[in-house]
Every structure is written in C-alpha cells, then in structure tokens.
Design a protein around this ligand. Sequence first.
Ligand SMILES: Cc1ncc(COP(=O)(O)O)c(C=O)c1O
Length: 383
Amino acid sequence: MNQALHSISSDAVQRIRSQSLRGKNLIPGVTDKISLAIGEPDFGTPQAVIDAQVQALGAGYTHYSPQEGRCELVDAILASAVAVSGRAFSSENILVTHGGSAGLTATILGLINPGDVVLLEDPTYSLYLDGINMAGASVRRFSRGEDGAFDFDGIDRDAKGAKLIILCHPSNPTGAVISRGEWASFADIVTRNGLLLLCDEAYEGLTYGDSPFVSALDIDGLSDHLIVSRTFSKKYAMTGWRLGYLVGEPRLIAAASTVHRTFNGAINSANQIAGATALRQAGEEAEKMRRSFHRRRDLMESCLSKIPSIRFRRPEGAFYFWLHYPASLGNSSDLAATAAQAGVMVRRGEEFGASGKHALRLSYATDEASIVQGVERLGRVLT
Ligand SMILES: Cc1ncc(COP(=O)(O)O)c(C=O)c1O
C-alpha cells in the first residue's frame, strides 16, 4: 500500500491488522466442498421466535428502543440470570448488545486502556485479540496442559499487574468447559489480584458432559469483578439476528454501555421482542438442538478415532473438535489448504493462537453425512 493511503487508517486499525489472527467468515453454501469449518448451527431459528418478530413488526415495533434494551427482553434476561445464579439482579446489571461480538468488544474497549495487560487463553476465539489491539493493550497468554489442566500458579504469576482476564466457556475452539473446582481457583486469582473477568458464554446451553454447566454468574466472590457475555446466535440458532447481552457488575456494564451506544446504538426493537420469546418459550427447541449436537459429537469422535496420527480431548461443550497432528505435516494454514483441495474445509489452528500451529478445528454443527464424509476426506490428508 502506498504511504499516503497507508496513513489514512488509524493506529488502532494498524494494530489490529498487524496482529489479527482472524480468518474469513465462511458463509455456508458458497462451496461444493464439505464444510466442517462453520461456527454456526445448521438449524433454523425456532418458529415461535420468528412469529414473535413478524407480529412485533406488524404491531408497529419499528422504532428506536432504549439504549440498554427493551423491558420485555431485559426482564426475561433477569429471570434467566437469577435462575442461573440464585442472586438478585436489576436492570443496571444488563445490557442488550448487537450479538455477542459487540458485547465483547464494548466490554474490552470500555474497560481497557493503552498499555494495560490482558490475560488470554491460547488457543481461544480470535475476536478478543482484535479488541485488545484496538484498545492498545497487550496480552499474556496461558494454556491448559496436555492433560487439560490449567497451571493456576503460572496464571497467578501472570496476573500480577494485569487488568483483565478473558475466558471462553465453553471454549471455542477446544470445546473444554470450566469445572466448579477450576472456577474456585480462577475466583481466588481474580479477587486476590484485583482483576476484572470477562467470561464469554456464547455456547452456554450447549454442553454434553455428565455434570451441569457452571456459569461464571454462579461463582461466589466473583460478582464485583465480573461481566458475562451471551448471545442468542448459537443456543437458539439465531446467528443472523445479531442479538446478545451482557450481565455484570453495574459499573462494568455502564462502561461497556457507553462504548456500545457509540458504535451500535439501540438494538432492533422487533428482534428484542423475539429474543424475549426465545428465552421464555424456545427452551424445548433449544434442547432438541443440543441433543442433536450431542449425537453429532459422538459420531465425529468415533470417526476421528480411526485416524491414528491425531490427538484430541473429547469436547464437553460448543460444537468443535480441536485436533493436534504431527508437526511433520506442516503448519495449520498449509494443512487446511491441502484439506480444502481434498474436498473438506476446516479451520486452521493458528487462527486461535500460537498453540494452534499444528492443530485444526472441526465443527460438527452440520449434518451426519457431512461429518462422516468430511472426516474420511480429512483422514486421507492426515495419513
Ligand atoms: C466464542 C464466541 N464468542 C462470540 C461469538 C460471536 O457471537 P455473535 O454471532 O453473537 O456475534 C462467537 C461466534 O462464533 C464465538 O465463537
């Protein structure tokens, strides 16, 4: 790019571009290859939610909403937050957001200054890094060990002088969840070091383990430090609706809200009314989708177990497998390109951090035939 054009973009944009790990948004249906790359449910949005939106538009809900969210939706979010945590919340704890993405970015920009340090897992969802770079902060990365355990002493050391820790739970890309015991250690580190905690629960409601999902909202001692981001995208198959919300400590919510109203303004009124319907009436539909994902996870696991060269841990949530393969097969960008030539699209591990150099992310948010054939094609590339 020539110098004059180069200088048009802000330092923030330059920082994001120079360090971003993000890949292209792969839209389903644009390729004849099998896609195990897409991070969105292949199900349609529950009919009751669609009907609620159409009805709302017909009834004239076509105007601006309050910045923090319409009362129907805020009340439904409050009811679900109380059910999760057993604690009392008020509307000051809630911000309705333009999908999970805007909630996450508004939180980071609302809390983080240039020069601040943010603790980030490796691997993790790539959006956080871009938000941190937009804010001009730096990251310290931490990872689970081979056995899946966190090194809490190491995280505690890294927490000195840091301002924020971001956790993705259940994890994109690994599908790992945080147990109640692990939460106790995180809560201890967060409170002793005076950290803030942003917990991205985009895949809340999509877990397959024997024990129930433990939300950060349900952890004693965290509430003064905590902001939780959720979205309707995954659990209710509403990726295109762009609806999410934050639940957290009122001063943290107020900071995120100031950024959010600057970038996004209030969210589409009819979509918010539909979102309230999702929370109040679409639980059964969401549960049906969860059971399908559970079956697909088991199917993909049995297909993958026939590929001797890879290592993976069984994911307990979200809809992804995180595969480690031998370094002799090359880096993950090249291997993902080779897999695409062999007819199957997967995500390169490097998109999620340096630890993904020899890893791939596979999505099972697709039909069973695609899972079987896609893994078969991948197997040929991996042997
Ligand atoms: C972990 C995680 N958080 C947030 C998002 C963004 O969600 P939304 O589509 O609601 O912006 C995604 C989307 O893939 C995600 O995987």
